[in-house]
Design a protein around this ligand. Structure first.
Ligand code: 5AD
Ligand code: SF4
Length: 439
């Protein structure tokens, strides 16, 4: 008898992708083998997202596609893990009759035991949230093993309680991971050939191990591993983005010049209702600080259209702040009410669906213009690019990213391999990518 096989698929944010590597590592330590084909699996795990309703619907649809596999394999175990497991808890057994296992984001060490329980046809569930769990002793198993860029989760949970957001309820208390284990993991990845580390947290700026060691210290320590190792991080909260951090980025060549700074809205009134703890002016002050301290830094953002009570005037404020900030890229969403969040209990989801959609469209089309403008602005500039792989569309091309996190496509060069740095001059662009040639 060979080893039992598991298949894992991930929905949602980068933190979920990082968590799937932890869950996989736990499975492999317990004698399971990973497969990328659900038909070959004895256990199927779907790592889910709850941040918007459509993410949950997607997971439910996926479940519908996968459950027929149970007809062919009677003992197949299907588990829902992650944020949706945590949000809906045991009720998910009622709603989705075909699932056997439910595990929240802090229960992944428990997966083997839950699988044993499920194998006995008992309901297997663990949705306990922890104040301490950071999985710091678990070496994540790299699922998408391209071997150049890796996430490292540096903290878990969130306590900001933005009123629209389900994350504080699905991921629990904020806790920072022991920096020694983070640095060890980064060194280990570098020695295996990785050239880029992305430090992950819901609000990395509030990373704190002790009074003398915060995010800035961590960032410098990871950057100090090697000048050949690029360091990125996400997500920053505008209320906590300090000048000190900006100076550290500008001082260290290998800390990338890109800040993801979710704005959410351009109206101070709406920002207050969202409990974001900053005003439009504060947000713009942070953008100006970034541009001043790190010339050439790119800024990307998240925007929500149609939050409770949003008026046409609030929406215009969002459009004008997007324009003022001149984002290089944005992730744009329409507000989706999440059960039991502060907004759902305090405010009415009163912006009609068609108005939400219209406003979102206006935000998207404005941002598309700005992204294109940002790319046009890069024409004739030369960037150091980390080569990440072969272009899918054309095997004669490589693709990579510059420090600003923009993708650049260029023709393959003799003597250059994936994982090398190369200077590329931008010669063309679309609104999504830059095209270049070797300098
Ligand atoms: N509706 C729409 N978008 C949301 N986000 C978080 N919660 C919601 C919600 N209820 C967005 C925010 C956040 C990003 C990860 O998802 O913009 O920054
Ligand atoms: Fe949600 Fe706000 Fe925490 Fe981000 S900072 S995860 S939006 S509560």
């Amino acid at each position: 008898m060979g080893k039992k096989k598991f298949y894992i698929e991930t929905h949602g944010c980068q933190m979920n992708f990082s968590d799937s590597e932890i869950a996989s590592s736990v499975m492999i330590k317990n004698n399971f083998e990973i497969t990328d084909n659900p038909r070959h699996a004895d256990v199927i795990l779907i790592n889910t997202c709850s941040v918007r309703d459509n993410a949950e619907q997607r997971a439910r649809n996926r479940l519908k596609n996968l459950t027929p596999l149970k007809k062919k394999k009677k003992d197949l175990i299907i588990g829902i893990i992650g944020c949706m497991a945590e949000r809906i808890k045991e009720q998910l057994f009622e709603e989705e009759k075909k699932i056997d296992l439910i595990a929240g984001p802090d229960a992944y060490r428990n997966l083997p035991r839950l699988i044993e329980t499920a194998a006995k046809k008992s309901k297997a569930i663990n949705v306990k949230l922890s104040r301490e769990e950071t999985y710091d002793d678990i070496t994540p198993f790299k699922i998408e093993n391209k071997g150049i860029s890796a996430f490292i989760s540096i903290m878990r949970g969130c306590e900001n309680f933005c009123s629209y957001c389900v994350v504080p309820f699905t991921r629990g208390k904020e806790r920072s991971r022991n920096p020694e284990t983070i640095i060890k993991e980064a060194k280990n990845l570098f020695s295996k050939g990785y050239r880029e580390i992305i430090l992950l947290g819901q609000n990395v700026n509030s990373y704190k191990w002790n009074s003398g060691f915060g995010f800035v210290n961590l960032l410098e320590s990871v950057a100090g591993i090697s000048p050949l190792l690029r360091v990125r991080f996400t997500t920053s909260h505008p209320k906590d983005l300090s000048d000190e951090l900006l100076y550290v980025i500008s001082k260290n060549e290998n800390i990338c010049m890109h800040i993801h700074l979710p704005m959410q809205s351009g109206s101070t009134r709406i920002l207050n209702l969202m409990n974001r703890k900053y005003s439009r002016e504060w947000y713009m002050n942070r953008i100006e600080a970034i541009k001043k301290i790190i010339p050439g830094c790119s800024v990307t953002t998240d925007i929500i259209s149609g939050f409770c009570t949003e008026t046409e005037e609030d929406h215009k404020s969002t459009l004008s702040l997007i324009e003022e900030a001149g984002f290089d890229y944005a992730y744009m969403f329409k507000y989706s009410e999440r059960p039991d969040t502060p907004a759902s209990t305090k405010y009415k989801d009163d912006v009609p669906e068609e108005v939400k959609l219209k406003r979102l469209q206006e935000v998207i089309s404005l941002q598309r213009k700005l992204s294109h403008k940002s790319n046009i602005n890069d024409l004739n500039k030369t960037f150091e690019v980390l080569i990440e792989g072969e272009s899918k569309k054309n095997k004669n091309n490589f693709y990579g990213r510059n420090s600003q996190n923009k993708v650049i496509i260029f023709s393959k060069q003799k003597n250059y391999r994936i994982g090398d740095y190369i200077n590329i001059k931008v010669t063309g662009c679309t609104s999504a990518t830059l095209i270049g040639e070797v300098e």
